[in-house]
Design a protein around this ligand. Structure first.
Ligand SMILES: Cc1cc2nc3c(=O)[nH]c(=O)nc-3n(C[C@H](O)[C@H](O)[C@H](O)COP(=O)(O)OP(=O)(O)OC[C@H]3O[C@@H](n4cnc5c(N)ncnc54)[C@H](O)[C@@H]3O)c2cc1C
Length: 548
């Protein structure tokens, strides 16, 4: 890059953390000209995210990386909380996959490895350019586009002009600060020491706690809600293991990170000579949400838009959902209807806030250091566990979408994962959705003589029949069973696999399609998403200037 040079793109992504990398992969797959600016040369090296849920694996599937990631992740069976007496008080479980094609509900990973694989994924797209060592310094964001001032570590500076900016530049987001977007503080702040280690020997589980077998054999994580020292233990992939400790006010960050202090803490759980500390960091776990996630042509995603205490491992997951939801909206916006972009924050913010609220409640319960309050908490959790029928699944923490581009009565849940047989080969149904709005049904006669459905297919929506007579066979009748259980004949799914709505009659389906078309701009073509189609050559920009 030479000083004064101007780079152009459809979309510029600021920040190549996990969220920016997923956004760039999605935007690359959708055919946009993408420029990624990352201030560092290497992925962030400190320990952070360690678990993601099945929905995120489905996003990775959408960008063709899930099989790769399945090799570098392993399932987490759940989480068990110990009370102040050292015995279990609460538990969460992740159900096994419903069938051989479904993903695990909860997946453990090593963030630097995942980030490296996401970056590698970007090399598949000739339409994605990455500028590392390039830090965004200034932003002008108008309805027409963005202009950025960028400092390049090696050469000086350059400018960028793009139609849209995705600010994925993390918790201290330069873009957010530059645009003077304030954060709403939800009122949680706790200092925790996070230690990542490689194990060279076995754990030595202390007798002072009742450690369940699932924790001893590394399938579950452990929340030690001991008021003397709240802590979390998480088994990682291969030899990796994570410890997290709440810090008291009288212990400074520096003291907590002293090697002797770390050895002392870990010696309760392991022979410290048997662990190699990869790194340690002190974090302030906070709950913050940006007041505005959009400034004209600029959008905030990931930690730039919200920060979540990590008690349910959802911070990065939120950001990846932001990207999955925004990219198809951008595709449509480029084609014809920019109003769809207003729905980004309107839909994502309540979802994020609900999970943040659950994480804050969980965190507040774990962080109690007053013995009397801890005993009250233990009693309350035990009473809830005793009264509960069945188990609490980790997936239950992530709510449906309750507002936005959905049918308010029947939409908002995630489409379950189904397996189908196509030409005798077992496939994930997801792989046939191709990032498009899709009508799924067991019936093959839904589009006969119906003008809305004709318009639907003319506009790029697709319709798939799954059943014994269809080219897609319903494995073990699960899809048909699910429709019956929901008293539906068809389901209308969005590109991000959230359900737009469910129809119990043909007339109902036509109403749903008509409503959706009215929202998507019925007078113009939906030309997005073919780039996801399996086996198809990736195309140039799908939508820019192509509105017909
Ligand atoms: C201890 C801990 C445990 C966690 N555990 C989990 C978990 O298990 N599951 C989960 O889902 N989440 C978890 N999280 C949250 C998760 O780590 C974050 O939400 C996630 O990493 C945020 O990703 P991001 O891409 O938004 O931001 P970041 O990862 O912070 O990436 C931002 C990127 O932007 C770059 N950048 C910054 N400024 C500029 C600029 N001006 N110009 C160009 N580039 C710039 C940075 O160098 C960086 O690469 C945890 C967090 C912590 C602290």
């Amino acid at each position: 890059m030479s000083q004064g040079q101007i780079l152009t793109a459809d979309i510029v992504v600021a920040g190549l953390g996990p969220v920016g990398a997923v956004a760039a992969n999605l935007a690359g797959a959708a055919g946009f000209e993408v420029l990624v600016l990352e201030k560092e040369f290497e992925p962030f090296a400190l320990p952070r995210a360690i678990v993601f849920d099945a929905e995120i694996m489905r996003v990775f599937d959408q960008i063709g990386l899930a099989e790769e990631f399945a090799k570098i992740t392993r399932p987490l069976g759940g989480s068990i909380y110990l009370g102040s007496d050292g015995h279990p008080i609460r538990s969460f479980h992740s159900a096994s996959p419903a069938h051989s094609q479904a993903w695990w509900q909860s997946n453990i990973f090593y963030q630097p490895q995942l980030e490296a694989a996401l970056r590698e994924g970007l090399t598949r797209y000739s339409n994605v350019r990455i500028q590392q060592g390039s830090s965004v310094q200034s932003v002008v964001s108008t309805d027409e586009g963005v202009a950025l001032g960028v400092k390049d570590r090696s050469q000086g500076g350059f400018e960028v002009k793009a139609r849209f900016l995705l600010a994925c530049d993390g918790a201290s987001s330069t873009v957010r600060k530059y645009l003077k977007i304030e954060l709403d503080d939800i009122g949680f702040e706790e200092r925790w020491l996070v230690i990542d280690a490689h194990m060279n020997g076995p754990m030595r589980w202390p007798d002072s706690y009742e450690i369940p077998a699932e924790v001893r054999d590394d399938r579950y994580s452990l929340m030690v809600c001991d008021p003397r020292q709240p802590a979390t233990l998480i088994p990682g992939v291969n030899r990796h293991r994570r410890w997290e400790y709440k810090l008291r006010a009288n212990e400074s960050d520096e003291e907590a990170r002293q090697p002797t202090r770390i050895r002392e803490r870990l010696s309760e759980w392991v022979d410290p000579d048997n662990v190699e500390i990869i790194r340690s960091a002190v974090y302030r776990f906070r709950a913050l949400v940006a007041r505005s996630w959009r400034h004209h042509s600029t959008f905030l995603l990931g930690d730039a838009a919200h920060q979540t205490p990590p008690f349910f491992g959802q911070g990065m997951c939120h950001g990846i959902r932001d990207a999955a939801q925004l990219i198809w909206r951008l595709s449509l916006a480029f084609a014809h209807n920019e109003k769809l972009l207003d729905g980004y924050q309107a839909e994502r913010e309540p979802h994020v806030r609900e999970i943040i609220a659950a994480s804050v409640r969980a965190g507040a319960a774990v962080c109690i250091t007053d013995p009397a309050r801890a005993e009250d908490r233990d009693r309350e959790f035990r009473a809830i566990e005793a009264a509960r029928k069945g188990t609490v699944a980790i997936a239950d923490i992530v709510p449906p979408i309750k507002s936005g581009l959905i049918d308010s009565e029947t939409g908002g849940r995630r489409l379950p994962e189904f397996a189908v047989l196509r030409s005798g080969t077992l496939r994930r149904l997801d792989s046939l959705l191709n990032g498009r709005f899709t009508i799924l049904s067991v019936r093959t006669d839904l589009d006969q003589g119906q003008e809305h459905l004709e318009e639907w297919s003319t506009l790029g929506g697709q319709s798939l029949a799954i059943g014994d007579q269809a080219w897609l066979r319903d494995v073990e009748g699960r899809f048909a069973e699910w429709l019956v259980a929901n008293k539906a004949i068809a389901v209308l799914v969005r590109p991000d696999r959230y359900i737009y709505g469910m129809a119990c009659t043909v007339a109902d389906l036509h109403r749903l399609v008509a409503c959706l078309l009215a929202q998507l701009a019925p007078d113009q073509a939906l030309q997005f998403a073919d780039a996801y189609a399996e086996g198809e050559e990736r195309r140039g920009p799908l939508l820019i200037g192509q509105a017909k």
